[in-house]
Design a protein around this ligand. Sequence first.
Ligand SMILES: Cc1cc2nc3c(=O)[nH]c(=O)nc-3n(C[C@H](O)[C@H](O)[C@H](O)COP(=O)(O)OP(=O)(O)OC[C@H]3O[C@@H](n4cnc5c(N)ncnc54)[C@H](O)[C@@H]3O)c2cc1C
Length: 233
Amino acid sequence: MGATGLGYQIAERFGLAVTETRPALVPLTFGEDMLDGFREIAGVAVDARVSCGKAAFKEALLFTHRGLSGPSILQISSYWREKQPISIALLPDVDFARVLLDAKRENARRSIANALGEILPKRLASYLAQTHGWSGTLGEASDRKLLSIAQALHGWELYPVGSEGYRTAEVTLGGVDTACLNSRTMEAKGADGLYFIGEVVDVTGWLGGYNFQWAWSSGWATGTAIAERGTAH
Ligand SMILES: Cc1cc2nc3c(=O)[nH]c(=O)nc-3n(C[C@H](O)[C@H](O)[C@H](O)COP(=O)(O)OP(=O)(O)OC[C@H]3O[C@@H](n4cnc5c(N)ncnc54)[C@H](O)[C@@H]3O)c2cc1C
């Protein structure tokens, strides 16, 4: 979008600390082993709770040709680090154990994939049944097996290999260390008249307009401080 690393260079030239930067609010990518299957379900969206460590977001999840996207994934990308797994609970508010046990009682001749396809997008249900080996009918599956399927749907662990990078990232994690700035005016400590606002600062918001809000609010704070200074002089 035209952004450059100039702000970081200026900060460093004035001896200010710059914390490590990386793309965030960005889709996550997967290795070929996963992508073979993901290509079949590219374009499918489903509600999910996606977590990584202590962070968790309950929002839409989107399967793509290159991996996972959608708000829940963009959000978790700000917390995910290389080699960590993310955990996905599909339709987190659905009690899959109850749904499958009830479906078995109602019609035991129905296939597991079909029963799942009643609540999950059909393409996703058949992909999951295929990759997890959930073949056969509900009647053929023990209650214990159905409970394990329910558990798997709320604890799907996946290892992203990377992200789409700055090409599609909405924000940069890291930047000019906030400890080096006056929190009221954004003026650099020890460099009179030098201010850092917005994206270049180590402040990163969730999805939802918080990054714009930060850019505008920090700009307003600086502008006001400069105007007050001008009046005082
Ligand atoms: C695709 C996308 C979608 C986004 N969606 C949202 C959203 O929905 N909600 C939200 O809150 N945030 C969103 N963001 C993030 C938001 O756009 C940024 O946080 C915000 O624009 C940062 O404002 P800024 O003024 O600090 O930096 P920027 O908007 O990056 O402005 C920096 C400006 O400096 C210019 N510049 C760079 N180098 C030089 C130079 N040497 N000389 C002169 N000018 C220079 C650049 O061209 C640019 O115009 C999105 C970002 C992207 C990329």
